[in-house]
Design a protein around this ligand. Structure first.
Ligand SMILES: Nc1ncnc2c1ncn2[C@@H]1O[C@H](COP(=O)(O)OP(=O)(O)O)[C@@H](O)[C@H]1O
Ligand SMILES: [Mg+2]
Length: 246
């Protein structure tokens, strides 16, 4: 069922096993009562998402509220359940037998009180082994949403530097942050090359926390161009398209 290229669990395990990248991958397990309990207990907030998902479909945040209560945030709706096991049962009913994973929630910085993460495009030209970050965009979740997927959440897009300067991490050095993000993205692309030797483009979903610590949320083999097409400035879009041809 489905292909390895879109299997989030497979790509997670592959990158997690690679020493230099392991620390950038938030702890993730296949969804079960046991793993759900363990991760929610340990981190207080988890993201529950489909192994074969895309565009933010089916992504659910679960948060420990105290007094045995748990908050469930799905799309732009929130619910409260009592007890971990009861919360798990509720989620199971919702997701059925669809393969799901449970992941540590990264507490992302915000712009106008809405969390954001980034899409980083990494490419190489034909017959070249030199990977380059050709585009980076900040994706802000739309009002009331957890996911930053632009269409689903009706969110906002910003160019990297101007977005960071407007954000709750504007006190961090933009160039330090950018070089960390680029390094992790390029390493991921190189590593994924061992699985997909002919592939020339990746779209990494990268998040940071409020301290600027970098995390790899997921890696996409077929990244949308729409993020870059929608920016007023077409420079990044043109660069990405020219790399695609090259
Ligand atoms: N562990 C996480 N911590 C914080 N936000 C997350 C996490 N996982 C996913 N998200 C949010 O949900 C979005 C969709 O999840 P993602 O894993 O990228 O799946 P999809 O294939 O649906 O895009 C991400 O872009 C991010 O905004
Ligand atoms: Mg994504």
């Amino acid at each position: 069922m489905g292909s390895v290229t879109r299997n989030k669990w497979y790509k997670y395990v592959f990158l997690k096993r690679y020493g230099p990248l392991a620390r950038y991958l938030p702890k993730t397990r296949m969804m079960s009562l046991h793993s759900f309990r363990a991760l929610l207990g340990k981190y207080g907030h988890v993201i529950v998402k489909p192994v074969w998902g895309s565009r933010g479909r089916g992504v659910i945040q679960v948060s420990k509220l105290g007094h045995h209560k748990y908050g469930i945030h799905y799309e732009n709706r929130q619910k409260v359940k009592r007890g971990k096991k009861n919360t798990y049962r509720y989620l199971r009913k919702k997701i059925g037998s669809t393969p799901y994973m449970v992941q540590k929630r990264i507490t992302r910085p915000t712009i106008d009180n809405r969390p954001f993460d980034m899409r980083v495009i990494v490419q190489r030209k034909r017959h070249s082994s030199h990977w380059v970050v050709t585009g980076k965009v900040i994706k802000v979740a739309g009002k009331g949403y957890i996911v930053s997927n632009n269409t689903r959440s009706k969110g906002q897009l910003h160019k990297f530097k101007s977005g960071i300067r407007k954000s709750s991490i504007r006190h961090l050095s933009v160039s330090d942050l950018e070089s960390k993000i680029d390094k992790v993205s390029i390493r991921s692309a190189k590593r994924l090359g061992a699985l997909f030797p002919h592939h020339r483009i990746y779209g990494m979903d990268i998040a940071t926390n409020q301290k600027g610590r970098v995390a790899i949320i997921e890696t996409n083999l077929y990244p949308a161009m729409s993020h870059f097409r929608k920016l007023n400035d077409r420079e990044l879009y043109n660069r990405i398209m020219s790399y695609k041809r090259g």
